[in-house]
Design a protein around this ligand. Sequence first.
Ligand SMILES: Cc1ncc(COP(=O)(O)O)c(C=O)c1O
Length: 448
Amino acid sequence: MAIHIKTKLPGPQALKIIERDKKYVSPSYTRDPHCPLVIASGNGAYVTDVDGNVFLDFCAGIAVTSTGHSHREVVKSISEQAQKFIHMSGTDFYYDVQSRLAEKLSALAPGKESKKVFFSNSGAEAIECALKLARYHTRRKQFIAFFGSFHGRTYGALSLTSSKPVQKENFFPFVPGVTHIPYPNMYRAPHGMSENEVGDRCLDYLKNTVFKTIVPVHEVAAVFMEPIQGEGGYVIPPKKFVKDLIALCRENGILLVADEVQSGMGRTGKMFASEHFGVEPDIICLAKGIASGLPLGATIASESIMDWKPGSHASTFGGNPISCAAALTTIDLLEKKYVKNAAEIGKYILTKLKKIENKSSFIGNVRGLGLMIGIEIVKDKKTKEPAPLLKAHIVTQAFKRGLIILGCGVSTIRFCPPLVITKKDADTALSIFEESLATVEKGTLSSI
Ligand SMILES: Cc1ncc(COP(=O)(O)O)c(C=O)c1O
């Protein structure tokens, strides 16, 4: 397929749907009025809207459609499972496809000890499960999370989240017992500070400020960490920091929960982002890319940690058979080709973006692992002042040209396409991105 924009955006059919949506759908969603996509169908990395416009999708429904839109084999497994049975409460009974998926995830997760899996329907629910399990297993009540983190919007997950004030405004009070600490951000480190020094400082704050002044270390159940911060701006921490953090947790009987909801399932060029850091988290939370778009959350823990008794946690829909079938096929495809593809094409895009960065006066930093790539937009490369408005203009310009991208953090643009993209797709996206950037740089904006 190829990009083809043939109407004004939004087109007449899209406009009708958007008007109805505005009248009846909750206004709490974060739709961007400048990117009014109304999808009619999807195929691989391309989506066609209701007016016949074809876009290249570099957001994958926020890092979800890992095998592309409606992959033939995923659709086949969904339809085969739907014809057998659609639901049977996994809380009370058994089905083969769920236990097979648990076995597969247990085998894939880093670490030697055998794992157990709790299934839910979303990222936030996977986090809720980890919160409850960590308290249950350790009998401790306190948690550590990071500034800039996003763990979801249910009350427990939102209590860990420290992303944007609008997400918390008018919702206080939250679940007590969460203390936030800085996440090591190399790009925004004080001038001259090395990568490891930045990490050491964050760890020092935890050890010598938090543990010595506000939270007794032996009352901490778990540290929640995104191995790569997603909504916070695609920030990659130093390897030594992650290793030192897990060592500190182990010394003190604290569990390390890796929130791999966005970074997991092959997106970074390895099945789990934690593998890049050589660590074995005690609990891993997954969702998004796990089932190519069907709702599924998974919380994986060593069997010695997942020691709760029947009735302590359950979910009617969690681990739905159709989602499990889609996940098994998704994992098979990821293992056969798409994790490798994410690593290769990700490297290719990153190299090209670095060249664009050198030429541009607005790109402060380009970073990424696999197909989890962030481009931080700034007003000035020396002061590094964030430029959220410029970022928004670039996203809009790209959309007008048929490329769907999203922002994250304060002023970062993310590339998180389906893991199936080809070099040709990458080149198309890069040339549209460069053109959009140039348009904004030249100040030749038409009508935003
Ligand atoms: C790292 C991370 N954790 C948790 C969540 C919450 O997932 P969901 O929206 O499926 O509840 C997200 C969503 O963006 C996320 O990026």
